[in-house]
Design a binder for this molecule. Structure first.
Ligand SMILES: NC(=O)c1ccc[n+]([C@@H]2O[C@H](COP(=O)([O-])OP(=O)(O)OC[C@H]3O[C@@H](n4cnc5c(N)ncnc54)[C@H](O)[C@@H]3O)[C@@H](O)[C@H]2O)c1
Length: 317
């Protein structure tokens, strides 16, 4: 069984590819190692597979339709976890065309190759931010999610909708997973958990929007990986499934907790939230529990403690 993991040098993709290898499955990683954040971190992630005969790492771009098709054909790919994406809400506001080229056209090329070469299961990484500023809280999959607040979630919603047509026309099994605020050791340096930890560590100011009132449903990396593996294992026709912890906390509580862990005070700067930021993300994960046996095990304080300890061990405060 060979699984193609696009974005497999990134934060979630690399952990997923490692988990699949630990189960003895073959993986092909496709990543373009772009510089949205320090590519050295992606090189480090990919280096895990050096010398592993069960893993192939390919440096390439999901916008290259011919390359994508060649990989799916030559490696006899049976399952695809499509995680490659431009993934920043705020950066998408200034680079909307790039976000659409990668997140929509890249997904299209993968679905096209998947249907031509009989791929059995396609997992599409989506995001809680498709819900925008919905009034339905917690966020539930029956929400139309057609009012995204920025090009990034709009592109992710477009890919979900496109996937439906591939299921309808060609019978491609697609599960779109809406991840909620994923964090953990080796996490993304552009996201709040590592930004807050780094700022406190280096005694730098940290910007909090709306006085720290924004609430986010932080979901630990291992729980997300378990959910993606379960989705790969279970073709379900066409499904959209929330994958999140279901326990949001405010940024104020979040920073207070990192202060407790570090014994240091954060230098908080207050700014109004940009229009692209929703006031809350909050996952109703009952569908994931029912269809995937999803059961998040790491509460946010436990996950933040692990993340803090990882950072602290690296930098020795
Ligand atoms: N981290 C989160 O909280 C979160 C939340 C919701 C959804 N997601 C989604 O999960 C997926 C993985 O996110 P992540 O946090 O690991 O981000 P990440 O940026 O660490 O990983 C994405 C990877 O995709 C690669 N990539 C980008 N454009 C590419 C292209 N054109 N061709 C090939 N590779 C390309 C990047 O180099 C990167 O390694 C993304 O689809 C993202 O939108 C993440």
């Amino acid at each position: 069984m060979t699984t193609l993991v696009t974005g497999g040098a990134g934060f979630i993709g690399s952990r997923l590819a490692m988990a699949l290898r630990q189960r003895g499955e073959q993986v092909v990683v496709l990543d373009n190692f772009n510089d949205y954040y320090d590519p050295a971190l992606k090189r480090q992630n990919a280096a895990y597979f050096d010398g592993d005969p069960g893993a192939v790492v390919i440096e390439g771009d999901v916008r290259d339709a011919a390359l994508v098709e060649r990989i799916v054909q030559e490696h006899r790919i049976e399952r695809i976890a499509h995680l490659a994406a431009m993934a920043g809400v705020r950066s998408s506001v200034e680079q909307a065309a790039l976000y659409y080229e990668v997140n929509v056209m890249g997904s299209l090329h993968l679905m096209e190759a998947a249907r031509k070469h009989g791929v059995r299961q396609f997992v599409q990484a989506s995001t809680s931010s498709v819900y925008g500023k919905t009034q339905q809280i917690p966020f539930i999959e029956t929400d139309t999610a057609d009012r995204p607040l920025a090009p990034y979630p709009a592109s992710k919603r477009a890919a979900e909708v496109l996937a439906h047509s591939y299921h309808h026309l060609f019978g491609l099994n697609v599960t779109c997973l809406r991840f909620f605020n994923v964090y953990g050791p080796q996490g993304r340096p552009d996201m709040m958990p590592l930004k807050v930890i780094r700022a406190i560590y280096e005694d730098q100011p940290i910007t909090l929007f709306n006085g720290g009132d924004l609430k986010r449903d932080w979901t630990y990396i291992d729980d997300i990986v378990n959910g993606v593996v379960a989705a790969l294992d279970r073709p379900l026709g066409y499904e959209i499934i929330n994958l999140g912890c279901g326990a949001p906390i405010s940024m104020t509580e979040f920073v207070d907790f990192i202060e407790q862990l570090s014994g240091k005070k954060a230098r908080r700067i207050n700014k109004p939230a940009p229009l692209s930021e929703p006031p809350i993300t909050y996952c109703d994960n009952s569908r994931a529990r029912r269809l995937l046996g999803f059961a998040p095990t790491i509460p946010v304080r436990e996950g933040l403690t692990r993340t803090w300890e990882w950072y602290n061990n690296l930098h020795k405060l």
